[in-house]
Design a protein around this ligand. Structure first.
Ligand SMILES: *Cc1c(COP(=O)(O)O)cnc(C)c1O
Length: 224
């Protein structure tokens, strides 16, 4: 029951227009079922095969979000059911998703991952690279994907000022492009920012989707 209580507390504390993605990576099916029984319908996983196994085992009205870094050769295992892919940082990956989505006659929604952390290790595109990608004629040809927003991960730090700056920078970039960039396969409406440690700050900076794992399911045994 702890899981349901945690979710309810988070839902109560965030605005109604912010979507809570329950990040269930590494957690057993029984934990997801408990969250589901409490009403949670959006789950985030970071490994394609693990997500596909959970999809098979759980009710079919769950929305599955892929939040991890993608290996192109595995996209085919989720193309028939994934609802949103958060971590796109290459045109090549988008092309593969497009190809697999086409086989299932679907249009798969994706978020471009922006690099906002000052740390070196994080994946993602610079704002410049995002602009280039959205202008690329090869991108415009992709009819079975749709870019619906951006995703960002802030630095792993307690420095509130730095976190605030990182979230604010992505929000301004998002707001700028929201109005000027709409095309048939790009309509920006979602800003995915904020995890267990920083989602309140992310929401203050315009986040419309938070990805929360440990505050719901407890700490993970191994990090991933
Ligand atoms: C694991 C993960 C999260 C959730 O992290 P918590 O700190 O457990 O809330 C959010 N986003 C991404 C991309 C993740 O990999």
């Amino acid at each position: 029951m702890e899981i349901q209580k945690n979710i309810q507390e988070i839902i109560k504390s965030i605005p109604a227009n912010v979507t809570l993605v329950a990040v269930s990576k590494t957690k057993p099916i029984s934990d997801l079922q408990e969250a589901y029984d409490g009403g949670q319908r959006v789950f985030g996983e970071n490994k394609i095969q693990e997500m596909a196994e959970k999809f098979e085992a759980l009710p079919k009205d769950i929305q599955w979000h892929m939040i991890g870094h993608l290996q192109s050769n595995k996209v085919k295992y989720m193309a028939h059911f994934v609802n949103l892919i958060h971590g796109i940082d290459k045109l090549k990956t988008l092309k593969e998703i497009n190809k697999q989505a086409k086989k299932h006659n679907r249009i798969i929604s994706c978020l471009l991952q922006a690099k906002i952390a000052q740390e070196e290790t994080k994946f993602g595109l610079s704002f410049d690279e995002i602009e280039q990608l959205l202008k690329n004629p090869e991108f415009k040809e992709l009819e079975n994907i749709k870019i619906v927003g951006f995703m960002g991960m802030a630095s792993f730090t307690d420095d509130q000022k730095q976190l605030n700056e990182e979230f604010a920078s992505l929000n301004s970039f998002f707001q700028l492009h929201k109005t000027k960039t709409a095309t048939s396969n790009c309509q920006l409406e979602t800003l995915s920012m904020g995890m267990s440690g920083d989602y309140n700050l992310a929401i203050k900076n315009g986040s419309s989707m938070i990805r929360v794992g440990s505050s719901i399911f407890g700490n993970r045994n191994y990090s991933s």
